[in-house]
Write a protein that binds this ligand. Structure first.
Ligand code: PLP
Length: 373
């Protein structure tokens, strides 16, 4: 059996252990310490735009806190891109609120501005003003930032920018993670850089950062004893894991370059197959190409490729199954146009790790060519 090729595996840069060792040597084995502060600073410098960063235990925790800071609670409604990973939507339900799912447009595969506005108008008509908009840069491709921001302003509904897959992506020269009222990053094991598990909440408002950290550390009031006037969480990032993050930040651009060159390789070698197409960047868009996605003519051909790769010990995955098609969200309100359902039927994510060898990519393309060429 040929060696396993993973969809997206962790890729250490080499200096991570130095930071982790510092944590051990100084006994900062806690959910606070110099690595947490250092990692936050590294992210702040990288993203720019005066963002303030709070490092947390996961991206999901960051979305949960963002919703809470925007005042989302029992009975509220939150607009959410349907074409995404469940972690974008799950935290809405933790707060007793309901997601309202909005379908995608074909140019970026992200939330459709037209449908979003339609959804807002339709909810306003029944006297329900949604509390927030969760927009996602899926697979690292920026959503239509200008259009979504102006809808957010027009109706005074804040955007939570789910940038979990888009660290390193840019929209007209500005880094993803700086567009929403708040933004979210993930450092889960399969993301472009990883701390094995972790996330961050980004805000341009330092008060929001402080409040996020307060809630993430059990909402302890300022008193010598343990005093609480709010419900808190245990969501802060470990200083040991933040050490991994500091090392990973040193190689982030290198990781983006490697994933983008994977995409270029696939595009060059598979474009001859007229059956396979790719999502190109619109002008001014810069995608980190977290995962390279292909579109095939049909579900059957998609499956044929996926199974052929699987047979050769190569992991590939259908594109995200839209939230409005998930059994767990079956009762929720949706605004759909068929785009995400079609992408789910015909799309496949190919192995995209920054640690893939040229020989891996050649092997993968060869199997696809033999299967459908
Ligand atoms: C990974 C991911 C998250 C959640 O991040 P975790 O750190 O795994 O909790 C949220 N949204 C999207 C789009 C993701 O891909």
């Amino acid at each position: 059996m040929s060696s396993k090729i993973w969809l997206s595996s962790p890729h250490m840069g080499g200096t991570e252990e130095k930071y982790v060792e510092q944590a051990f040597n100084t006994n900062w084995i806690a959910p606070l310490g110099p690595n947490v502060q250092g990692f936050e600073q590294d992210i702040e410098e990288y993203i720019g735009s005066d963002v303030h960063v709070a490092c947390l235990s996961s991206g999901t925790a960051a979305i949960h806190l963002a919703l809470q800071l925007l005042g989302v609670g029992q009975g509220d409604e939150v607009l959410c891109q349907s074409f995404t990973f469940a972690a974008s939507a799950n935290p809405v339900t933790y707060l007793g609120a309901s997601p309202i799912f909005v379908d995608s447009e074909p140019d970026t595969w992200n939330i459709s501005p037209e449908l979003l506005e339609k959804a807002i108008l339709s909810r306003l008509e029944v006297g329900k003003k949604p509390k927030a908009i969760i927009a996602v840069h899926l697979y690292g491709m920026p959503y239509k930032v200008d259009e979504i921001s102006s809808i957010s302003q027009k109706y005074d509904i804040p955007v939570i920018e789910d940038s979990a897959e888009a660290l390193g992506s840019e929209y007209h020269g500005t880094k993803c993670g700086s567009f929403g009222e708040m933004a979210v990053l993930s450092f889960n094991g399969n993301k472009i850089i990883t701390t094995s598990g972790g996330g961050a909440l980004l805000s341009k408002n330092n008060d929001q950062k402080d409040k996020a950290i307060f809630l993430a550390t059990q909402a302890r009031d300022n008193a010598p004893h343990y005093q609480h006037t709010h419900i808190g969480y245990n969501y802060r990032m470990s200083n040991v894991l933040a050490g991994i993050g500091r090392g990973q930040m040193e190689v982030l651009q290198n990781r983006v370059d490697a994933r983008r060159s994977n995409f270029e390789f696939y595009k060059k070698h598979l474009s001859e197959l007229t059956q396979i197409s790719f999502l190109d960047e619109k002008e001014g868009y810069y995608c980190n190409r977290w995962l390279t996605c292909i579109l095939t003519p049909s579900f059957e051909i998609r499956e044929k490729i996926r199974l052929a790769l699987n047979e050769e010990n190569i992991e590939s995955r259908p594109l995200w199954k839209p939230m409005h098609l998930q059994p767990v969200f079956a009762g929720d309100i949706t605004f759909v146009n068929g785009v995400s359902e079609d992408l789910f039927q015909r799309g496949l994510c190919l192995p995209s790790g920054s640690n893939l060898e040229q020989s891996d990519l050649t092997r993968i393309c060869g199997i696809i060519e033999n299967t459908i060429g």
